[in-house]
Design a protein around this ligand. Structure first.
Ligand code: PLP
Length: 404
């Protein structure tokens, strides 16, 4: 088992300086850093394998195809999908949700139908449904939160009805860190015949997810938050649903036969992968997920829980610091306000000390509005962070407090 010190050696960026100070990277919920194995996978692809996949007779293309398709198997195992063709490569969570809204949504949501989302959704899991609801004359219902930042399950049960066609909720909130009881929520939605999409963007960085056990109809995540490059993500959809859905994009690769007046579409998953895909980043996504497996999911969980607990305790001890979101089940994400200071000012001052946190509305403007705030500061941790870095953050916050 690798120690955290050894794990950190795999991440070149963690050994750099920002503003003359050792980088303390606490913006992992926005994007995670990449281990050298992933960086090497990218450059090795371009050095040794680069060619277009699926349709060529030459050896290089066959090898690139094999490497690309190997990631599909790795993802299938990571989320325990029943069939490999249920794994579709997309640009990220945003594109995955848009695909479902465009393809499944426009064929299945009719006037008078209801779509339920939650108050904790990222704009990516809000705007596509808002637009769809307007277009189709459907209704968008929002599950409210309690004072801890947990979804109000009682209200959710009251909102569900035979009119509900879709429930679209996140597994884990990016802004408050709340982990939602999605298995139970999926079961309840299914009792009314509704389909469920789970935004797994903030869940997958912390370990594998079992889509069969959850019985999710759609599940998606972004590679760049799971130690892989930007521009690659995954949409899982149950095979029987994806088979019935019309394509999202039209063009090469997604067709079987074309003439001037007709077209038949390819089988899954290629029906949803039009054009030349993001080959290099897909291969590197496989490397990243393998890297997480090698580190060990237990190691990841133990370290991240320790960081969350330690940081919560230490930060709670800072006078005038208010943690926003105290759910019983939380990812290693701490949203907070420091007195009456504007989050942006806190972020800028911490940056001068080499500490990277996120500030703002975290793509959750309606949530911030309902909390009566403009935004928060957010420190989010990954398994490569250390308790010493939490100390640096706390020290930085104490210094910031004096400066503001
Ligand atoms: N959903 C959640 C919960 C997120 O945290 C994010 C990104 O922060 C997204 C969706 C959008 O992901 P992407 O920008 O990778 O498409």
């Amino acid at each position: 088992m690798k120690s955290i010190a050894d794990i950190r050696k795999d991440f070149p960026i963690l050994h750099t300086q920002v503003n003359g100070k050792a980088l303390v990277y606490l913006d992992n919920a926005a994007t995670s850093q990449k281990p050298i194995q992933v960086i090497d996978a990218l450059s090795n692809y371009y050095k040794t394998l680069n060619s277009n996949i699926h349709r060529s007779a030459h050896s290089l293309a066959a090898q690139a195809t094999e490497a690309y398709e190997a990631t599909r198997d790795i993802v299938q195992t990571f989320i325990n999908a029943k069939y490999r063709e249920e794994i579709n490569f997309v640009r990220g969570t945003t594109e995955a949700i848009n695909l479902v809204a465009y393809s499944w949504g426009r064929t299945n949501i009719q006037e008078g139908d209801e779509i339920i989302i939650s108050a904790l959704e990222h704009h990516s899991n809000l705007v596509p449904w808002q637009i769809l609801a307007k277009e189709q004359k459907a209704k968008l219902l929002i599950i409210p939160i309690n004072e801890k930042g947990e979804l109000d399950q009682h209200m959710y049960q009251k909102q569900l009805s035979s009119k509900t066609k879709l429930v679209a909720v996140n597994h884990t909130s990016n802004s408050l860190g709340t982990i939602n009881p999605i298995k139970e929520m999926i079961q309840q939605a299914h009792l009314f015949g509704a389909k469920v999409l789970i935004d797994g963007a903030q869940a997958c960085p912390h370990g594998p997810v079992d889509v069969q056990d959850l019985d999710a109809d759609f599940f998606c995540f972004s590679g760049h938050k799971t130690y892989a490059p930007t521009g690659i993500g995954v949409l899982y959809g149950k095979r029987e649903l994806m088979e019935q859905m019309p394509p999202f994009h039209y063009g090469g690769e997604m067709i079987k036969e074309v003439d001037y007046d007709m077209v038949t579409f390819n089988d899954l998953p290629y029906k949803f992968e039009a054009g030349t895909p993001n080959i290099a980043d897909t291969i590197a996504l496989g490397t990243a997920l393998n890297y997480m497996k090698e580190i060990g999911y237990e190691t990841i969980k133990t370290q991240e829980n320790a960081l969350l607990q330690y940081a919560t305790e230490k930060m709670s001890g800072i006078d005038e610091l208010r943690i926003i979101g105290n759910a019983a089940q939380k990812a290693p994400v701490i949203s907070f306000l420091l007195g009456t200071a504007h989050p942006y000012d806190v972020g800028v001052l911490l940056d001068k000390m080499g500490i990277a946190i996120r500030t703002g509305h975290h793509c959750c403007q309606p949530l911030m509005k309902s909390l009566g705030i403009q935004g928060t500061c957010r420190a989010s941790f990954a398994f490569y962070n250390t308790l010493e870095e939490v100390d640096v953050l706390v020290e930085g916050l104490l210094r910031t407090k004096k400066m503001l």
